[in-house]
Design a protein around this ligand. Sequence first.
Ligand code: CU
Ligand code: ZN
Length: 180
Amino acid sequence: MSNPRPTLRMAACVAIALEIGFTAAFAARAWAADSAGATLQSASGSQVNGQVTFTQEGNRVRIGGEIRGLTPGAHGFHLHEKGDCSAADAESAGGHFNPTGAPHGGPDNQGGRHAGDFGNISADASGTAKIDVTVSGISVARDRPDSVMGKGVVVHAQADDQKSNPAGNSGGRIACGVVK
Ligand code: CU
Ligand code: ZN
Protein backbone atom coordinates (compact mmCIF):
# COMPACT_ATOMS: atom_id res chain seq x y z
CA MET A 1 0.00 0.00 0.00
CA SER A 2 1.42 3.38 -0.95
CA ASN A 3 2.02 6.20 1.48
CA PRO A 4 -1.16 8.29 1.72
CA ARG A 5 0.65 11.35 3.04
CA PRO A 6 1.23 13.30 -0.22
CA THR A 7 -2.47 13.10 -1.02
CA LEU A 8 -3.36 14.27 2.47
CA ARG A 9 -0.90 17.13 2.24
CA MET A 10 -2.37 18.19 -1.10
CA ALA A 11 -5.88 18.03 0.33
CA ALA A 12 -4.78 20.20 3.23
CA CYS A 13 -3.28 22.74 0.81
CA VAL A 14 -6.48 22.83 -1.23
CA ALA A 15 -8.50 23.31 1.97
CA ILE A 16 -6.29 26.19 3.09
CA ALA A 17 -6.42 27.81 -0.36
CA LEU A 18 -10.20 27.53 -0.38
CA GLU A 19 -10.42 29.02 3.10
CA ILE A 20 -8.22 31.97 2.10
CA GLY A 21 -10.37 32.46 -0.99
CA PHE A 22 -13.62 32.36 0.97
CA THR A 23 -12.27 34.71 3.64
CA ALA A 24 -11.13 37.22 0.99
CA ALA A 25 -14.49 37.02 -0.80
CA PHE A 26 -16.39 37.52 2.44
CA ALA A 27 -14.21 40.47 3.46
CA ALA A 28 -14.68 42.06 0.04
CA ARG A 29 -18.44 41.67 0.27
CA ALA A 30 -18.53 43.14 3.79
CA TRP A 31 -16.39 46.07 2.63
CA ALA A 32 -18.58 46.70 -0.42
CA ALA A 33 -21.63 46.87 1.85
CA ASP A 34 -19.97 49.67 3.82
CA SER A 35 -22.05 52.66 2.92
CA ALA A 36 -24.17 55.09 4.88
CA GLY A 37 -26.35 58.10 4.27
CA ALA A 38 -28.14 61.05 5.78
CA THR A 39 -31.32 62.90 4.83
CA LEU A 40 -30.91 66.58 5.60
CA GLN A 41 -33.81 68.71 6.70
CA SER A 42 -34.05 72.46 7.05
CA ALA A 43 -32.84 74.29 10.14
CA SER A 44 -32.88 77.91 11.30
CA GLY A 45 -35.97 78.60 9.18
CA SER A 46 -34.30 77.78 5.85
CA GLN A 47 -35.76 75.89 2.87
CA VAL A 48 -32.64 73.74 2.55
CA ASN A 49 -32.84 69.96 2.27
CA GLY A 50 -31.14 67.06 0.54
CA GLN A 51 -29.32 63.76 0.77
CA VAL A 52 -25.73 62.80 1.46
CA THR A 53 -24.12 59.38 0.96
CA PHE A 54 -20.88 57.96 2.35
CA THR A 55 -19.09 55.14 0.55
CA GLN A 56 -15.90 53.49 1.75
CA GLU A 57 -13.18 53.50 -0.93
CA GLY A 58 -10.07 51.86 0.50
CA ASN A 59 -9.03 53.88 3.54
CA ARG A 60 -10.93 56.97 2.37
CA VAL A 61 -14.63 57.78 2.12
CA ARG A 62 -16.34 59.25 -0.92
CA ILE A 63 -19.13 61.68 -0.07
CA GLY A 64 -21.85 62.23 -2.63
CA GLY A 65 -25.28 63.76 -2.74
CA GLU A 66 -27.34 66.81 -3.52
CA ILE A 67 -28.51 69.75 -1.40
CA ARG A 68 -31.32 72.05 -2.58
CA GLY A 69 -32.81 75.37 -1.53
CA LEU A 70 -29.48 77.13 -0.97
CA THR A 71 -28.42 80.66 -1.79
CA PRO A 72 -25.98 80.46 -4.73
CA GLY A 73 -22.32 80.10 -3.78
CA ALA A 74 -20.24 78.34 -1.14
CA HIS A 75 -21.60 76.87 2.08
CA GLY A 76 -19.65 75.17 4.86
CA PHE A 77 -20.28 71.43 4.94
CA HIS A 78 -19.27 69.30 7.93
CA LEU A 79 -19.81 66.19 9.97
CA HIS A 80 -20.69 67.17 13.53
CA GLU A 81 -20.11 65.03 16.58
CA LYS A 82 -23.72 64.42 17.60
CA GLY A 83 -26.47 62.88 15.52
CA ASP A 84 -29.02 65.24 17.05
CA CYS A 85 -30.80 67.68 14.76
CA SER A 86 -33.63 68.33 17.21
CA ALA A 87 -32.84 71.99 17.96
CA ALA A 88 -34.42 74.51 15.58
CA ASP A 89 -30.98 75.97 14.87
CA ALA A 90 -29.31 72.51 14.80
CA GLU A 91 -26.89 73.53 17.57
CA SER A 92 -27.83 70.18 19.16
CA ALA A 93 -25.46 68.52 16.66
CA GLY A 94 -22.52 69.85 18.69
CA GLY A 95 -19.11 70.79 17.31
CA HIS A 96 -17.21 69.35 14.39
CA PHE A 97 -16.46 65.62 14.58
CA ASN A 98 -12.87 65.67 15.79
CA PRO A 99 -11.70 62.34 17.24
CA THR A 100 -8.01 63.28 16.89
CA GLY A 101 -8.17 66.65 18.71
CA ALA A 102 -6.95 68.56 15.62
CA PRO A 103 -7.56 72.23 14.73
CA HIS A 104 -10.19 73.23 12.17
CA GLY A 105 -9.17 72.97 8.51
CA GLY A 106 -10.34 71.74 5.16
CA PRO A 107 -10.44 68.37 3.38
CA ASP A 108 -7.09 68.99 1.66
CA ASN A 109 -5.16 70.02 4.80
CA GLN A 110 -2.20 67.68 5.07
CA GLY A 111 -1.12 68.93 8.49
CA GLY A 112 -4.37 68.32 10.28
CA ARG A 113 -8.07 69.01 10.29
CA HIS A 114 -11.18 67.91 12.06
CA ALA A 115 -12.21 64.57 10.56
CA GLY A 116 -15.58 66.24 9.94
CA ASP A 117 -14.13 69.11 7.91
CA PHE A 118 -15.49 68.54 4.42
CA GLY A 119 -14.88 72.09 3.17
CA ASN A 120 -17.61 73.75 1.14
CA ILE A 121 -20.39 72.75 -1.17
CA SER A 122 -21.18 75.10 -4.05
CA ALA A 123 -24.75 75.95 -5.01
CA ASP A 124 -25.56 76.92 -8.59
CA ALA A 125 -27.94 79.72 -9.62
CA SER A 126 -30.93 77.48 -8.88
CA GLY A 127 -29.68 76.85 -5.35
CA THR A 128 -28.62 73.23 -5.89
CA ALA A 129 -25.24 71.89 -4.82
CA LYS A 130 -23.97 68.55 -6.10
CA ILE A 131 -21.53 66.89 -3.72
CA ASP A 132 -18.60 64.67 -4.72
CA VAL A 133 -15.61 64.79 -2.41
CA THR A 134 -13.34 62.04 -1.09
CA VAL A 135 -11.81 62.49 2.35
CA SER A 136 -9.59 60.71 4.83
CA GLY A 137 -10.03 60.57 8.61
CA ILE A 138 -13.48 58.98 8.63
CA SER A 139 -14.84 55.51 8.10
CA VAL A 140 -18.21 54.03 7.23
CA ALA A 141 -17.63 50.91 9.39
CA ARG A 142 -19.52 50.77 12.65
CA ASP A 143 -17.73 50.50 15.99
CA ARG A 144 -14.68 52.47 14.92
CA PRO A 145 -13.64 55.73 16.60
CA ASP A 146 -13.66 57.46 13.19
CA SER A 147 -17.07 56.10 12.13
CA VAL A 148 -19.56 58.47 10.52
CA MET A 149 -22.47 56.40 11.87
CA GLY A 150 -24.77 58.30 14.18
CA LYS A 151 -23.07 61.65 13.59
CA GLY A 152 -24.70 64.81 12.22
CA VAL A 153 -24.22 66.25 8.72
CA VAL A 154 -24.60 70.04 8.75
CA VAL A 155 -24.76 72.68 5.98
CA HIS A 156 -24.02 76.29 6.93
CA ALA A 157 -25.30 79.68 5.81
CA GLN A 158 -21.86 80.91 4.82
CA ALA A 159 -18.59 79.70 3.33
CA ASP A 160 -16.07 77.86 5.48
CA ASP A 161 -12.66 79.61 5.33
CA GLN A 162 -11.07 76.24 6.22
CA LYS A 163 -8.75 77.78 8.81
CA SER A 164 -10.58 79.74 11.55
CA ASN A 165 -11.34 77.81 14.74
CA PRO A 166 -13.61 76.31 15.72
CA ALA A 167 -15.77 76.16 12.60
CA GLY A 168 -14.35 78.25 9.76
CA ASN A 169 -16.63 81.26 10.30
CA SER A 170 -19.33 79.51 8.33
CA GLY A 171 -22.28 81.05 10.18
CA GLY A 172 -25.59 79.48 11.17
CA ARG A 173 -26.73 75.93 10.53
CA ILE A 174 -29.31 75.78 7.74
CA ALA A 175 -29.69 72.01 7.28
CA CYS A 176 -28.99 68.95 9.40
CA GLY A 177 -29.28 65.17 9.07
CA VAL A 178 -28.24 62.10 11.02
CA VAL A 179 -25.98 59.49 9.38
CA LYS A 180 -27.50 55.99 9.30
CU1 CU B 1 -20.71 72.55 10.56
ZN1 ZN C 1 -13.86 71.89 11.70
